[in-house]
Ligand binder design. Structure first.
Ligand SMILES: Cc1cc2nc3c(=O)[nH]c(=O)nc-3n(C[C@H](O)[C@@H](O)[C@H](O)COP(=O)(O)OP(=O)(O)OC[C@H]3O[C@@H](n4cnc5c(N)ncnc54)[C@H](O)[C@@H]3O)c2cc1C
Length: 463
């Protein structure tokens, strides 16, 4: 079995992880970076292993990857971390089998994933997340359909519209819950450096022939696959007015998402402190704004896992965490303290913008109530909303309790997909808050791994 001893292990090769690795290696630390993707880059700097860097984002990513290699970072691509133990032992698995890392410090930069809420018809073929549709377009140069409906909230929808347009697959319909145009203009006035990016994203949205603001998709309709969608407006009180719903036919792909949720499974396994803010994606790992250190000694966190804020804060927080982790191990260089102070200031401003954006376009209240009693909420274990509501009526109040009662969140994704919805259903049914409903404590293995890999990795290792 491969065993790697290192100063700093970075988990995640997106903008945050690559920035952390470059900074820490530049300071003189031995750094290993492990990333699940076929190539590092994460979401924003996604690399196409076949076509190479075909966009500005991908080109920035390939420059960062080259810098990391030049700084001596050992990059382990196609490797998924599935276990972590106190004391810095981390287990990953790649095509050749298990790798165990023994690190003096860890930087978790595990990013985010699309946040979804179930609704009738969401399990039909042709319904997917905007992130999945974007990935198809970016990596496969394949359109998810011929008449695409794109729905949810936030500027990510515009970014997906732009990516689809780049392969001549401009969506036919854009259904967006928000309509805070004045507030958006006010925010841009306070952050003028972001205006050019905003203008190009809005142009991508404008190119969509049918753009409905202040609406949500309430149902996907079809026999074998999605063929139509039902949409409804949001009324003055912010609730979805299903009485005024409208059916739109001729749709063969529906991309729905409600921003992102931080991937906290590893930081939770490492027992770091977490906090809840719906506008930041729900549960996120709490990290010091001046170092990136979490509540656990030697464990740092950077990027979207510390709350959804965007790619610029991801880069800045990664550099800050990498420098801080290196300094804590004694790798200090001249001018490092000044550099860190500058990073802290830039990060505060970049995060303020990202967080304000999240607060402008939160998922509408009651969005989890679109699911009916017979709608599947947990896709892995096929648990319906009605079963979860019955468990709540019998006495459970928390996400972890609903899992024990119904198996929701017990399947192979461990609740990464359904967790946000179960928390909001629990909050609505019991009159509490999603924060009070908590989250599923993650279990080893974090990701599905073959049994022989577990056996080989754990032989003679920590329990
Ligand atoms: C689907 C999706 C699409 C996005 N597209 C855009 C976009 O077009 N424009 C934009 O501005 N922002 C986009 N974002 C927002 C994105 O989060 C960026 O802000 C940026 O990529 C965040 O950088 P990060 O390093 O924090 O995380 P990421 O870029 O998400 O990188 C995290 C990396 O960690 C890896 N990882 C996670 N867990 C493990 C594990 N257990 N083992 C090994 N590796 C692991 C992941 O595979 C990933 O490569 C997108 C987000 C998502 C979820």
């Amino acid at each position: 079995m491969r065993r790697v001893e290192t100063d700093i292990l970075v988990v995640g090769g997106g903008p945050a992880g690559l920035s952390a690795a470059i900074a820490a290696a530049g300071a003189g630390a031995r750094v290993d970076l492990v990333d699940a993707g076929a190539a590092p880059g994460g979401q924003y700097w996604m690399q196409d292993p076949v076509a190479g860097a075909t966009s500005q984002q991908a080109a920035e990513g390939s420059t960062a990857i080259a810098s990391a290699r030049a700084a001596g970072v050992a990059i382990h691509s196609g490797a998924e971390v599935w276990a972590a133990f106190p004391g810095g032992e981390i287990m990953a698995n790649d095509a050749e089998g298990p790798i165990t890392f023994q690190a003096r410090s860890i930087v978790v930069a595990s990013g985010a994933q699309d946040r979804v809420y179930p609704f009738p018809g969401w399990t039909l073929p042709g319904v997917m997340t905007p992130g999945a549709g974007q990935r198809l377009a970016k990596l496969g140069k394949t359109a998810p359909g011929r008449r695409i409906a794109l729905a949810g909230n936030g500027p990510f929808l515009y970014a997906v519209a732009a990516t689809l347009a780049s392969i001549d697959a401009t969506p036919a319909l854009l259904v967006e819950s928000g309509r805070a145009r004045a507030a958006m203009l006010g925010l841009l006035a306070r952050h003028p450096a972001r205006i050019a990016e905003a203008v190009s994203l809005i142009a991508a949205a404008r190119a969509v022939p049918d753009w409905r603001r202040g609406h949500v998709v309430t149902e996907a309709l079809g026999e074998e696959r999605v063929e139509a969608v039902r949409i409804a407006p949001i009324d003055e009180r912010g609730t979805v007015d299903t009485a005024r719903s409208e059916r739109i036919d001729g749709i063969d792909a529906l991309l729905v998402g409600w921003g992102f949720r931080p991937m906290i499974e590893l930081t939770a396994l490492l027992r770091c402190r977490h906090a809840y803010d719906r506008a930041l994606g729900g549960w996120y790992c709490v990290a010091s704004p001046s170092t990136g250190l979490t509540s656990v000694e030697g464990v740092y966190a950077a990027g979207e896992v510390t709350g959804i804020a965007g790619s610029r804060p991801a880069r800045l927080s990664g550099t800050l965490a990498g420098l801080s982790a290196a300094a804590a191990l004694g790798f200090e260089s001249a001018g490092m303290e000044e550099r860190r102070k500058g990073l802290v200031r830039a990060l505060a401003s970049a995060r303020a913008f990202g967080h304000a954006l999240g607060r402008l376009a939160p998922p509408p209240d009651g969005i989890a109530d679109l699911a009916r009693d017979d709608t599947i909420v947990c896709r892995c274990e096929e648990v319906t909303r009605g079963e979860i509501v019955a468990a709540l009526a019998e006495g459970t109040r928390a996400v972890a309790g609903a899992k024990m009662w119904t198996r929701a969140g017990m399947g192979r994704c461990q609740g990464r997909i359904c967790g946000s919805a179960v928390a909001e259903i629990a909050a609505a049914e019991t009159g509490t808050s999603p924060a009070a409903a908590g989250f599923n404590p993650p279990r080893i293995p974090l990701r599905p791994v073959p049994l022989d890999v577990i056996l080989e990795a754990t032989r003679g290792s920590a329990p």
